[in-house]
Design a protein around this ligand. Structure first.
Ligand code: 4NP
Length: 164
């Protein structure tokens, strides 16, 4: 019997792992499921900080995601670990601060490619998903919109790269 197709491991990283990266995890998983690729991906998210470890996502993020048919309420926040750099094939930073911190904390040798989450979105000029934590529902709507665009572009790019 031929070997099973390799699983592509993806980690989304923001600060608290309660707003942006859980939304990215949920939206990306939703797209992967819709495209019948569930068995080909392992998807998770983490925070550069551990303040909110063990907590569920922010209620505002859960509400907006639900409005668009994406369920994220079951997720639990966790902090990024050194092991993540060798578990995952791709680690996506939600903003430039996360990107720099991910690079700074990276072990000298590691497997993961570290990229900006919006890097596959060549049709929009934004590179960062802004922190909505101190904002209101409008900010969470904006985050969801950017995450949705970014996740679609990323999945398309990965499918092309991996002939999926
Ligand atoms: P996130 O948002 O990084 O998108 O989960 C934040 C959540 C909490 C904090 C900052 C950003 N905080 O400082 O507690």
């Amino acid at each position: 019997m031929p070997n099973a197709s390799p699983v592509i491991r993806i980690l989304f990283v923001c600060t608290g792992n309660i707003c942006r990266s859980p939304t990215a995890e949920g939206v990306f998983r939703h797209l992967v499921d819709k495209e019948g690729l569930k068995d080909r991906f392992q998807i998770d998210s983490a925070g550069t900080d551990s303040y909110h470890a063990g907590q569920g996502p922010d209620k505002r993020a859960v509400k907006i995601a639900k409005k668009y048919g994406v369920s994220i309420g079951h997720q639990l926040a966790r902090a990024l670990t050194a092991k993540d750099y060798d578990t995952y094939d791709y680690i996506f930073a939600m903003d430039g601060g996360h990107f720099h911190e991910l690079k700074e904390r990276a072990p000298a040798k590691h497997k993961a490619q570290i990229q900006m989450f919006l890097s596959a979105c060549t049709h929009i000029d934004k590179q960062e998903v802004p922190d909505p934590w101190y904002g209101d529902e409008k900010d969470f709507e904006q985050v969801f919109g950017l995450v949705n665009e970014g996740a679609q572009a990323l999945l398309k790019k990965i499918r092309e790269e991996r002939n999926l």
